[in-house]
Design a binder for this molecule. Structure first.
Ligand code: NI
Length: 183
């Protein structure tokens, strides 16, 4: 396993549409392991492959709380096949938009279809934080960020802030400390 650098806005690769995985092989499992290690290290509760600059449809999530046993789930080619009418609001963050949080409204429950680590077809029904995380990460695979779900004014403000910071930090790349709610 290896830690991989996480890319942040305004890096435009975050806007790419990731490509489906054709076969879940050892390369894909290695990618999942690297993603999990990178996510736990950040720390975060979800990560999409594009956040480590790999435009493939792979997501890892672990919504277990501190002190609980780790419950990592790897998703290949995940797809939402049903969402509830009922909505819920959660204050989201993102490892690619460090230290920025905003309320986002999404369907409260979703069902997703995906391939697991072994390449088997699987379905999961999620609510609460897992439902939010799944939708947030699947958005990443389509080049969509959680700030796309907030007002344009707020989005432009945060984008400008990161453009400015990127110019400022051009000579000293680094990654600030993260809150555990980042996805
Ligand atoms: Ni994110």
């Amino acid at each position: 396993m290896a830690l991989r650098p996480i890319i942040c806005i305004p890096d435009n690769r975050l806007r790419l549409k990731s490509q489906p995985i054709e076969r879940v092989d050892d390369d894909v499992r290695r990618l999942m392991d690297d993603m999990l290690e990178t996510m736990y290290d950040a720390p975060g509760i979800g990560l999409a492959a594009i956040q480590i600059a790999v435009p493939r449809r792979v997501v890892v999530i672990d919504t277990s709380k501190e002190g609980e046993d780790a419950r990592p789930i790897s998703f290949v080619n995940p797809e939402i096949v049903w969402s509830s009418e009922e909505k819920s609001v959660y204050q989201e963050g993102c490892l690619s938009i460090p230290e920025y949080y905003e309320d986002v409204e999404r369907p409260a429950r979703v069902r997703a279809r995906y391939l697991d680590r072994e390449g088997r077809e699987n379905e999961i029904e999620a609510d609460g934080l897992l439902a939010t995380a799944l939708q947030h990460e699947i958005d990443h695979l389509n080049g969509v960020l959680f700030i796309d779900h907030i007002s344009r004014l707020k989005r432009e403000r945060v984008w400008k802030k990161f453009v400015k910071a990127a110019k400022h930090n051009a000579n000293e790349p680094g990654h600030p400390a993260h809150d555990s709610r980042e996805l």
